[in-house]
Design a protein around this ligand. Structure first.
Ligand code: SF4
Length: 259
């Protein structure tokens, strides 16, 4: 089975324009000429919720119920996962993520080196930036380590990810390659490790004023995560579809009416 990497969605496409991330997509010719936007931004995605063992406040997934795709929120869901909302709306997105998940689960017995070989085989040759998971998370330790291997084997590519699988990160903290950038995603079952290890984090906020109160900049083009230097925390404005009557739903309505 072939893994499917996706071209940048509308948010990631902003990385092509950001002055600081744009340079990661340029190529220098043997004569020293800099060619802009030769390399591309891709994401690699897995099914929301199903591949996120440490999701908690955000946890939602899509199940097939009576032959239809339906969102199922977790028992502690406070803000619904945006990625799950996309899967319910767009069958191609759901199928793409499921295909990747099925393909990876079929090779978990190969261990981290084997999984890395499978990922490497389908990694686009023109990738300059890869966001690992606009949806999903590192569902096993070997899978996490496979991506570390892939990053070491492709030092010209910047890989970045948000994760709630913080134990994996902390246990391998000393062997994370420079081109593999991680941001802790608050709202998981391992949140205590964010404070304990002073990890850079992303928090979902309900308004710009909440971000200001928390002393966080809002990231609207993924550049904070892509360029993560190990100490940059930031806010992400609530988006997607939210459960009716929830605090997140009310906040989203307010944001929409303010536009
Ligand atoms: S960890 Fe991310 S992808 Fe998984 S359910 Fe939470 S927000 Fe969605």
């Amino acid at each position: 089975m072939t893994l499917k990497f996706n071209p940048a969605n509308s948010k990631l496409a902003k990385l092509y324009k950001n002055r600081r991330t744009k340079r990661l997509l340029a190529m220098v010719t043997p004569s020293g000429k800099v060619l802009q936007n030769v390399l591309k931004v891709y994401s690699f995605d897995l099914p929301a919720g199903h591949s996120c063992p440490s999701a908690n406040l955000c946890k939602s997934r899509v199940d097939i119920i009576d032959g239809k795709r339906k969102i199922v929120d977790g028992s502690n869901t406070v803000f619904r996962c945006y990625a799950a909302s996309s899967e319910v709306r767009f069958p191609a997105i759901y199928n793409n993520r499921k295909l990747n998940f099925d393909a990876l689960r079929a090779v978990v017995s190969l261990g981290k080196e084997g999984i890395a070989r499978v990922i490497n085989h389908d990694l686009p040759s023109d990738a300059g930036i890869v966001r690992i998971h606009t949806s999903g998370d590192f569902f096993t330790r070997d899978y996490f380590r496979a991506w570390l291997i892939v990053a070491r084997q492709n030092p010209h590519i910047t890989f970045y990810a948000y994760t709630k699988q913080l134990k994996f990160w902390i246990d391998d903290m000393d062997s994370i390659p420079e081109n593999f950038r991680l941001t802790a995603s608050r709202g998981g079952t391992q949140d205590d490790l964010i404070d304990l290890h002073n990890l850079p984090e992303a928090r979902v906020v309900y308004s710009e004023s909440e971000a200001v109160e928390l002393g966080l900049e809002i990231d609207d083009d993924d550049s904070h995560a892509c360029l993560q230097d190990g100490s940059t925390s930031f806010g992400l404005l609530i988006h997607g579809t939210q459960p009716k009557g929830s605090e997140a739903g009310k906040a989203l309505q307010l944001l929409k009416s303010a536009k």
